[in-house]
Design a protein. Structure first.
Length: 703
């Protein structure tokens, strides 16, 4: 699994130039390759049909070397079409791949006490679409080798390069492998791999190669015999990521590996792959992004006006948002947009969908060279745009009734963007108004003086730009909305199946959560943070979450927050894939204010979008010290609207694009006491203030 960051423009440029220069330098013969008995007689390069540039790069790399007979290595190489993760049919359930594996399989390849402390070995993990596609690509290669005429085949992924000295290392390794495996020859030889954190177990080590027991990642370059391919096919299904599963096959294959990899992965090959284990590594504190994930680079594509057939789901709006664009939708009952209003709208939003343009505004949009047009329907408008003789680079027509695998294509061609690996989204219910702008200009102008020091916002496609001048709404002072039927309730005086303690952490948290951090008594559940190092974290604390997810509702708890600089008492809704969150936090250094926040990332369930570490926060004055006594805090989350209230009084409200879309997917209710790495958020933690306690009681969820 290549999860390395290939960032660094200058470094990538230097690397790219070095590979171009290297392509003119011939590196001699690799005696392992040729047409004789016991030779590697074929090279298969796994390459996506849409990534022909990668195939050309591999060809340049192979052209540097010759076989034992003196022919260029390209003479025995051929391209093998990879399975595309964008094709839903290709990554659907299959007898070849079992997409659910255990976290214990990760331990087997790369043991890590921090991960084992957080998750039991039987915790189930579901592979991502990309992992399934990679596994199926290798399986199809094995089928081709098993039924082919070549005794030995080198399998390469398309993001590789041969390091200096590779020709000699491969030749020596192949001779050693042949001598060890007489008379039948080796079944599998790794030419490229990564030692799993330096923990790989090696047997029969010599200067040229070793026999791995476990602990190798990647399948970037390996030699497989016809018998080895047949053995892998008999062992299927592949369970989990294919490079992980391969570790369980080492013994039966008699697998070997070069003492040092001769083939490496290119550092300039950006990948849109996502990895199923990453959320678990982050929660265990193994992968720590410091401040968190950075926002994606916003594409420079100009502006777009789109019209849909007004179906119940806003799939087009969601798709354009997933491409990194700020999207505003209209219901059709708004006042007509005049030409003079259009520039201000396009200054904030990249895409307007179903905008009720007046005739002069449409003419103004057509006159602007930076505006493109997309239509699902509306024959009258289509006729008008076609009469304007707009070039194909400015207009496209989308057929919502066509195959879903082709829906990305017209969008991405029109915008000049690469198609994402995610399937085209179904989208949220149009009635939810996910991308509807419900803000009141008058309210926001009046709030500017009231909130002179609003917190910094993420620079994200799903938050209003700073030039919009967003300010939080003024507190209305009205009573909290009426609550519906009670779905879940607990006094929290004893453990309950409705809310379970968590054993995990997350990037940016100096504490690890454990069961010892939760103590129940007649006052409720106490979350206790202590100066007890746990794994890589300096502190141990407590957290709990609902066992089920909720799609909207009113979430309440009586809370007495923890006192002390550097501490945060959290009560919030959260989900991953895509990440969405609604926060209510009480910081120990500023207990007379609460911090409210919203994170929005677009996509259907399973979309791996989790950008942003600041979100869209602001602080609200409470009028009391939250650490001295219990108060009733509530988050009321409804389609297109969120209300935060304290003791029955509304303290803060947000609507669509205020300054983010409103989360639209089911979330779990969480509570925790944590210590942020960022001193800007809650100050610096003071050891003499520990242990500190936050207490929760009477936690409820209402419809």
């Amino acid at each position: 699994m290549n999860i390395h960051d290939a960032s660094g423009v200058l470094r990538n440029f230097v690397f790219r130039v070095s590979r171009v220069v290297a392509s003119f330098i011939r590196r001699g013969r690799i005696t392992a390759f040729g047409c004789g008995d016991g030779m590697i007689s074929s090279v298969l390069v796994i390459n996506l049909d849409r990534q022909t540039h990668r195939w050309r790069r591999v060809v340049r790399e192979l052209r540097r070397f010759r076989t034992s007979e003196g022919a260029p290595l390209t003479s025995i190489a051929r391209r093998f079409s990879a399975i595309d993760a964008r094709d839903g049919r290709a990554v659907a359930a299959t007898a070849d791949v079992d997409s659910v594996y255990r976290i214990g399989d990760q331990y087997f390849v790369q043991p890590d006490a921090r991960l084992e402390e957080c998750f039991g070995a039987d915790e189930l993990v579901r592979m991502t679409r990309q992992e399934i596609a990679v596994a199926r690509s290798h399986i199809e290669v094995w089928k081709a080798i098993a039924s082919g005429d070549d005794d030995y085949v080198l399998v390469l992924e398309d993001d590789v390069w041969f390091r200096r000295g590779a020709a000699g290392a491969i030749s020596r390794g192949w001779r050693a492998a042949r001598s060890r495996c007489e008379p039948d020859g080796p079944r599998m030889l790794y030419l490229s791999y990564e030692d799993a954190g330096g923990s790989a177990e090696r047997l029969d080590v010599c200067d040229a190669l070793f026999r791995p027991v476990r602990g190798l990642w990647f399948l970037s370059g390996y030699v497989l015999s016809r018998e080895g391919a047949a053995a892998l096919l008999r062992a299927m299904p592949v369970v989990g990521p294919v490079d992980l599963w391969m570790n369980y096959r080492f013994r039966e294959l008699g697998a070997l590996a070069l003492s040092s990899p001769a083939i490496l992965q290119r550092q300039d090959s950006g990948s849109d792959n996502s990895y199923s284990v990453l959320p678990y590594l982050a929660r265990a504190g193994i992968v720590d992004a410091g401040s968190g994930s950075m926002a994606p680079v916003r594409p420079s594509v100009g502006h777009m006006l789109a019209w849909t057939d007004s179906r119940e789901l806003d799939g087009l709006a969601m798709a354009l948002s997933m491409l990194g664009l700020r999207v505003r939708t209209f219901d059709g009952d708004e006042e007509a947009i005049r030409a003079q209003d259009l520039p201000d709208l396009l200054d904030v939003f990249d895409v307007l969908i179903d905008a009720p343009l007046a005739a002069d505004a449409l003419c103004a949009a057509i006159a602007r060279k930076d505006v493109k047009f997309l239509l699902e329907s509306n024959a009258t408008l289509r006729s008008k745009l076609e009469r304007e003789c707009l070039p194909p680079s400015r207009i496209a027509f989308l057929s919502p009734n066509g195959p879903s695998t082709r829906l990305w294509e017209p969008l991405c061609i029109l915008l000049g963007l690469s198609e994402p690996a995610h399937p085209f989204p179904t989208g949220s219910l149009r009635a939810n108004g996910t991308f509807r702008d419900h803000r009141s200009k008058e309210v926001h102008r009046s709030a500017q003086a009231f909130f002179p020091n609003s917190c910094s916002l993420d620079d994200s496609p799903w938050i209003l730009p700073s030039r919009s001048g967003w300010r939080p709404r003024l507190p209305s002072g009205r009573s909290a909305p009426l609550a519906g039927e009670r779905l879940v309730f607990s006094e929290m005086t004893m453990p309950t199946s409705s809310f379970v303690g968590l054993v995990e952490t997350f990037p940016g948290n100096l504490a690890s959560f454990s069961q010892e951090g939760l103590v129940h008594d007649e006052d409720g559940v106490h979350l206790i943070i202590r100066s007890i190092p746990t794994g890589t974290r300096l502190y141990r604390s407590g957290a709990f979450a609902s066992t089920r997810s909720f799609e909207h509702g009113r979430f309440e708890a009586e809370i007495r927050a923890a006192r002390g600089s550097g501490l945060v008492t959290g009560f919030f809704l959260h989900r991953d894939a895509p990440r969405q969150e609604i926060d209510l936090e009480l910081t120990g250094d500023d207990p007379r204010r609460m911090l409210v926040n919203v994170y929005f990332n677009p996509g259907d369930e399973g979309a791996t979008m989790s950008f942003g570490y600041r979100g869209s926060p602001c602080r609200i004055d409470l009028g009391f010290d939250a650490t001295l006594d219990f108060h009733l805090y509530a988050i009321d989350w409804r389609p297109g609207h969120i209300t935060w209230s304290v003791d029955g009084r509304v303290m803060h409200e947000r609507v669509g694009w205020d300054p983010t879309p409103i989360p639209h997917l089911p979330m779990r209710l969480h509570a925790n006491l944590w210590a942020p790495r960022s001193e800007e958020l809650a100050g610096r933690i003071k050891q003499d203030a520990l242990p500190a306690i936050a207490t929760f009681k009477k936690v409820s969820v209402r419809a």
